[in-house]
Design a protein around this ligand. Sequence first.
Ligand SMILES: [Zn+2]
Length: 112
Amino acid sequence: MAAKQSFRDAWLNNEDFQPWLSRVEDIPSRAFCKICKREVRAELTAIKRHKTTKMHSVYEASEQQEVQQERIPAHHGNYAANGVAVATILFACFIAEHNLPFTTADHEEDVS
Ligand SMILES: [Zn+2]
């Protein structure tokens, strides 16, 4: 067991590691976590341990959030449309509240 550990392609087929584990180009003694963007020793125990680290679970959770956030641009469009609608309603309320006839106000004031 004194021999240098090196990355095994079999790990990439392990469904526990598959979503985030990657090999490091030209460095067989290292593995790479795509989520944390960190290198891990190319040892099964080190990789297993990395998966259980707080850092990895935090990054994994934020990774999932990012996937959800990809839909937000569509929502932004809705928010913009809603903003216009709200502004229109507020404007209508303002007119109603001040009982403004809107276009004839100045004229009527001139008459009276
Ligand atoms: Zn990680």
